[in-house]
Write a protein that binds this ligand. Structure first.
Ligand code: BG6
Length: 487
């Protein structure tokens, strides 16, 4: 438990992430007394803000996004901890000196960079130049929001530049999926049960599906998204992190470096794409107009700050191979995208079917065993097994179901609460190390390069649908189905 005064300074303090995620997360942490009450939150931004009005705006966000009912007293006590530091990048000296003054009496400091990646290096340089980090007392850490760079090359340059200024141990590269309760549960489920580990390989597993779909579009992030697309926004980071946790070897212990060493090995084993394999194994998509929750929504190309003939992908389905002994021949099918029919993130492990012993007439038509890790919105895990139907001599699939979020004694923290808490605790195991990112950017590069010069036929799925029909065909061709539609 951290109980000395702590300063939490957010660059990008007026941005979307601060309002929707970071402030509600800090509110919960303070309310539940999981962090020191002596916290000073400094929002750093370029805009001229009236502090009282800004706090009122923040209150509306906390009411909308916090998992707590917001009581007046709690909010007032929390709001007192918030400062706004207007930062004029034209006059940086004054900006950093003002910030230094606010932080004067607080030696434990976390700087959260929720800005465009182009600004990471210059901010870190200045934090050092104006003596805000690398101090003799307390700790100073830097949390860096994604995207960490725009490409393999830019991420490499960025990493080289910032590790020259501050040591790796002070850098916390955020991937908020690693703060999700059920993603943290993957290792416990895999390595805490004697029944799974012996089967967790190509002898018994037929395929693994990682599905993360959203109903929202690009909201007010059109400018960012149009130059990013789904591969860099979701696949290169969140999806590959889930894949690494599902596929990795057991770590020697639970130390951050031991876990990350094993994740890197998986990421290094990903088979890269070339034009030919991409053509066969990747389905790209971009949404057109459609209906979500009964409301008509615009096509991607009609969204604000998106080019009207944009070829940015908002959906991808692909078959990934992990070239190592454990996973030889086991496809990892991934599907993720915006403006689909539902919001869900699940990992589905499909076991091989029994050999054809026909004890039960209908067994061969029966379903395979599935282990389904439900990450969101429901949290839990179920195991699909075959059992006798009541009263008749037929076999049917039934669920052994555990609902993590239904436990009356437990209210799962939001991912960002966990992320902030672990940075304060100096636990870097749920943050990404540079070599993990380097491998995942390499994988991203092989995909982007294989798309070069190809004119996609966009838009190719309606908002609110299941995505392009070719995504279903990708699995049908292999005699398989996407399980999210059936379970
Ligand atoms: C972010 C992406 O990293 O993750 C967003 O930039 C996406 O585009 C979001 O919507 C999804 O996160 P979650 O926690 O809502 O699944």
């Amino acid at each position: 438990y951290h109980n000395t005064p702590l300063a939490f300074a957010i660059f990008g303090g007026t941005g979307d992430l601060t309002k929707r995620k970071l402030i509600p997360a800090l509110f919960s942490l303070v309310k539940e007394k999981r962090i020191s009450d002596e916290i000073s939150i400094v929002l750093v931004g370029r805009r001229n803000k009236d502090v009282i009005e800004f706090k009122e705006e923040l209150l509306e966000f906390v009411k909308a996004y916090s998992r707590h009912k917001v009581k007046k007293d709690d909010w007032e006590a929390f709001a007192e901890k918030i400062n706004y530091c207007r930062f004029d990048f034209e006059d940086e000296e004054r900006g950093y000196n003002d910030l230094a003054k606010i932080l004067e009496n607080c030696h434990d400091r976390i700087f959260y960079l929720a800005v465009a990646p182009g600004l990471f290096e210059i901010i870190i340089k200045n934090l050092k130049k104006y003596n805000l980090i690398e101090r003799d007392t307390g700790f100073q850490r830097i949390m860096i929001e994604k995207p960490f760079g725009f490409s393999l090359e830019s991420a490499g340059k960025l990493n080289a530049a910032i590790t020259k200024i501050i040591p790796e141990k002070k850098i916390f590269r955020v991937d908020h999926y690693l703060g999700k309760e059920m993603i943290q549960n993957i290792l416990s489920i895999r390595f805490g049960n004697s029944i799974f580990e012996p089967l967790w390989n190509h002898h018994y597993i037929d395929n693994i599906q990682i599905i993360s779909t959203e109903t929202i579009g690009v909201e007010n992030r059109g400018g960012y998204y149009d130059s990013t697309g789904v591969v860099k926004d979701m696949l290169q980071n969140h999806i590959l992190q889930m894949l690494a946790l599902i596929a990795m070897e057991p770590p020697v212990d639970l130390e951050p470096e031991s876990i990350r060493n094993e994740k890197v090995k998986v990421l290094k084993s990903l088979r890269l794409f070339d034009k030919e394999s991409a053509q066969k194994n990747i389905v790209r998509g971009q949404y057109g107009r459609g209906i979500i929750g009964g409301v008509e929504v615009p096509a991607y190309r009609e969204e604000e700050r998106v080019s009207e003939n944009s070829n940015t992908d908002t959906f991808i389905a692909l078959k990934i191979n992990v070239d190592n002994f454990r996973w030889a021949g086991v496809p990892f099918y991934v599907k993720t995208g915006k403006r689909l029919d539902k919001k869900t993130t699940r990992i589905i492990v499909q076991f091989k079917k029994l050999p054809g012993i026909n004890f039960y007439k209908n067994l061969n038509n029966g379903k395979p065993n599935l282990l389904v890790i439900k990450i969101q919105p429901e949290e839990g895990v179920f195991f699909q097994i075959n059992a006798k139907s009541p009263g008749i001599d037929l076999i049917e699939p039934v669920k052994a179901d555990y609902c993590h979020s239904c436990r009356a004694d437990y209210n799962s923290p939001e991912a960002y609460e966990q992320i902030i808490l672990e940075a304060i605790r100096n636990n870097s195991s749920i943050f990404t190390r540079w070599d993990e990112l380097e491998c995942s950017w390499k994988f991203e590069k092989s995909i982007s390069e294989s798309f070069e010069g190809i004119e996609p036929n966009f838009p190719n799925y309606a908002a609110g649908s299941k995505g392009p029909v070719e995504a279903a065909e990708l699995l049908e061709r292999d005699g398989r189905i996407w399980w999210d539609t059936f379970i």
